[in-house]
Design a protein around this ligand. Structure first.
Ligand SMILES: O=C(CO)COP(=O)(O)O
Length: 238
């Protein structure tokens, strides 16, 4: 059975780190993997802060190279040295803001695996693509272009671009169709996360969908009050 994962993507936000302590106190021994991905500058301190807890940390992006003349970038090895065990790659905000291609995401995923990190590879269609009934074709293309050419364990997150930060979520049927495709295409036992406006109030319904193994959460991961019910819903779904 794939691992169950509640992952928080803090994006370019710096919530009070005491929120992470509260979350750790509320979930001292979670029955699922709980992961917080802060901005790179906060990764080392947050990892240290959570080192005596079961909450893990991850990065939000990495470079393809291990080191070198890449001003402003951070390598996968640096994330690992700062305490990360995972790294989010190919998030739609990076694909949109930085023009990241599937090929680049694949190279980054290979670099992450090389550094001992588990990549969380994000895919998702735009509203335009969904309206044009191209969702499955788009996801299939992104996945086959972005997955590293190895059997190493990784995680895939389905995040419809139009559901991110909008309060809109796809219907359970829409999520189920995409996750069935991911299950068929990704290596067996790959945890498949859903992301896009996940909240405490809709988490249980989302976790009941076939082949949904957890969530990648943005806004609702910034406070323990908002994230804890999502973790609890996933624990209850196991
Ligand atoms: O992009 C996301 C997580 O990576 C989802 O963000 P929201 O949960 O804020 O919609």
């Amino acid at each position: 059975m794939p691992q169950k994962i509640a992952a928080g993507n803090w994006k370019m936000n710096a919530p009070d780190p005491a929120e992470a302590d509260t979350l750790a106190r509320q979930h001292p021994d979670p029955g699922v993997t709980v992961l917080l991905c802060p901005p790179a500058t906060l990764l080392a301190s947050l990892s240290e802060r959570l080192s005596q807890t079961k909450i893990q940390t991850g990065g939000q992006d990495c470079h393809t190279a291990a080191s070198g003349a890449h001003t402003g970038d951070v390598s996968a090895a640096m994330l690992a040295a700062a305490g990360a065990g995972h790294v989010i790659l190919g998030h739609s905000e990076r694909r949109a803001d930085h023009g990241e291609s599937d090929g680049l995401v694949r190279e980054k995923a290979e670099a992450a695996l090389e550094a001992g990190l588990t990549p969380i590879i994000c895919v998702g269609e735009t509203l335009e693509e969904r309206d044009a009934e191209r969702t499955l074709e788009v996801i299939e293309g992104q996945l086959s272009g972005s997955l590293p050419r190895t059997d190493a364990p990784l995680i895939v997150a389905y995040e419809p671009v139009w559901a991110i930060g909008t309060g809109r979520t796809p219907t359970p049927d829409q999520i189920e169709k995409v996750h069935a495709l991911l299950r068929a295409q990704a290596p067996s036992d790959t945890p498949l996360l859903y992301g896009g406006s996940v909240k405490g109030s809709n988490a249980a319904e989302i976790f009941a969908i076939a082949n949904v193994d957890g969530a990648l959460v943005g806004g609702a991961s910034l406070t323990a009050e908002a994230f804890s019910p999502i973790v609890s819903a996933l624990e209850a779904a196991v």
